[in-house]
Design a protein around this ligand. Structure first.
Ligand SMILES: Cc1cc2nc3c(=O)[nH]c(=O)nc-3n(C[C@H](O)[C@H](O)[C@H](O)COP(=O)(O)OP(=O)(O)OC[C@H]3O[C@@H](n4cnc5c(N)ncnc54)[C@H](O)[C@@H]3O)c2cc1C
Length: 462
């Protein structure tokens, strides 16, 4: 028997009351948003499509955290520090000989984020997809979700969109941008883990060919055509011998992972550039197939050409395709490349960034840090700020956006999107959302100097 939507909702039953804050999406930004909001005493629910927190960091196996440092100091502190300390305490995080404490095990991160959220008093609803917004005169009344119980609505005073794709903001009528000026997105990747690697042998080999490794437990190596990597002749040979396709050398990168001895996490393959839209389910499906086929080739390549990998096996292919950039909201302020290059400061700043503009292009090579030399941003002490207004989508009064889909141009997003910034943006969004809910105001009426005072008290650099 087919039930009308209203009847189905009534049968499933409403949620137990109303939340102060509902966060849609429990990835890097969303889980931290939930923790920050719950810690301020707001009744907080995180709605997540998957069965764990961490999103791209855990489900797409994206490790390590990229370093965001100016003047020798980390710019992301607060909850980022707590997450890293918890990871180290459970053996899933580590500090390398250079003092870089950003190495982590994605599987361990799932536990850390969940513990922190639940300890703060936050609630989580897994295996639940956001599908629609109930909006009245610019105020979101409720979100419509779908899960094994069917359709239901969840009500809150304030909402945070941390879906990475701005699903809620767009459904609520907020304007957005997507891709570059031609509508092309950054390339997607399907990451994987390789096990039973003899890291001593591999480290020795890489050091011998001119890719020195600090030690076998902290390895990082990469190759892209034309980058001058000493691995290029090996790739060329593998292409000639039919083991690899030419495109497999467009981007190849691997890292060791703390807590997983003998394993490497690969930041590749890059998906066929025909498929670049992470909000198109048909393209995402094609990307999964294309990525898995490329992983089979790379597995063969590693076993046959890389000393130390002869007996290696595939531990896991990421369940999620890695989407670097999809939709970005148009907010009360749009962070632009010019703001970054000129190290722009804002009175309502809630995050500081000094990461290169890292475009993984679908055509040709990306514009990276090298191209920015001579700008104020290239100075090692430089950083730019991100204003609170970049989290506020136009046309909606009780919604903030956190993570990779905040209000920024294509180029600016390519610098901002790294996980430590997503933490800090989430901490600001969660704190501001709780303040708005508790004071009964919209997100534009949050006292920003009070918000910054609280964030500073929590250790954030603002
Ligand atoms: C291939 C790749 C490599 C990268 N390399 C690095 C790196 O080495 N280091 C680094 O720091 N950063 C790296 N980045 C960038 C960084 O990982 C991401 O920008 C960041 O993780 C995005 O976090 P987020 O919270 O905004 O989104 P996500 O982590 O993608 O979280 C979104 C969450 O929302 C959920 N969701 C989405 N839609 C819905 C819905 N409708 N209903 C319910 N839930 C929903 C998803 O399941 C997910 O959990 C990389 C990114 C990619 C793709």
């Amino acid at each position: 028997m087919k039930l009308a939507a209203e009847e189905r909702r009534a049968r499933v039953g409403g949620p137990p009351g109303e939340w102060d804050v509902i966060v849609v999406g429990g990835g890097t930004a969303g889980s931290v948003t939930g923790i920050a909001s719950a810690r301020l005493g707001a009744r907080t629910l995180v709605v997540e499509a998957l069965g764990f927190l961490g999103g791209t960091a855990t489900g797409a196996l994206v490790t390590p955290f990229m370093r965001n440092v100016a003047g020798g100091k980390e710019l992301n502190r607060g909850l980022t520090d707590e997450i890293k300390a918890r990871l180290r305490a459970q053996g899933d995080g580590a500090v390398d000989p250079d003092g870089n404490d950003n190495w982590f095990n994605p599987e361990g991160l799932k536990f850390v984020l969940e513990d922190l959220l639940l300890e703060a008093g936050g609630e989580v609803l897994y295996h639940t997809y956001f599908v629609g917004a109930v909006v009245k005169e610019g105020w979101i009344q409720a979100v419509e979700v779908h899960n094994k119980a069917g359709l239901s609505t969840l009500r809150a005073k304030v909402f945070v969109d941390a879906t990475g794709d701005a699903d809620l903001a767009v459904a609520a009528g907020a304007p957005f941008q997507a891709g570059d000026e031609d509508g092309h997105h950054q390339a997607m990747s399907l990451r994987f883990l390789l096990g039973n690697v003899n890291l001593d042998d591999l480290s020795r080999f890489l050091t011998e060919i001119g890719l020195p490794q600090p030690c076998p437990s902290f390895m990082h190596f990469a190759m892209a055509w034309g980058s001058g990597s000493p691995l290029e002749p090996l790739f060329q040979k593998a292409v000639t011998e039919g083991v690899l396709q030419k495109r497999d050398g467009d981007y190849f990168q691997a890292f060791t992972v703390p807590g997983r001895p003998g394993e490497l996490a690969f930041n590749c393959p890059r998906i066929d550039t025909k498929f670049d839209d992470g909000t198109n389910p048909w393209q995402l499906s094609a990307a999964q197939v294309d990525g898995r086929r490329a992983i089979r080739r790379l597995l063969n390549f590693c076993r046959r050409y890389l000393p130390g990998c002869e007996e290696s096996y595939l531990v896991a292919v990421a369940p999620l395709v890695g989407v670097r950039e999809s939709r970005r909201i148009v907010g009360d302020y749009v962070v632009a490349l010019d703001d970054i290059l000129n190290c722009r400061m804002f009175p309502d700043s809630i995050c500081r960034n000094h990461y290169p503009v890292d475009i993984h292009p679908v055509r040709g090579r990306g514009r990276r840090w090298d191209d920015l030399t001579g700008t104020p941003y290239s100075h090692p002490d430089a950083f730019h700020e991100i204003p609170y207004r970049a989290l506020i989508p136009k046309r909606v009064n009780n919604l903030l956006v956190a993570g990779r889909c905040i209000s920024a141009t294509f180029e600016a997003q390519a610098s901002i999107r790294i996980q430590p910034n997503c933490h800090t943006l989430g901490q600001a969004a969660g704190t501001a959302a709780a303040m708005a809910a508790q004071n009964g105001v919209g997100v534009r009426d949050v006292d920003v100097s009070e918000l910054k005072r609280i964030l500073r008290e929590q250790g954030c650099v603002v």
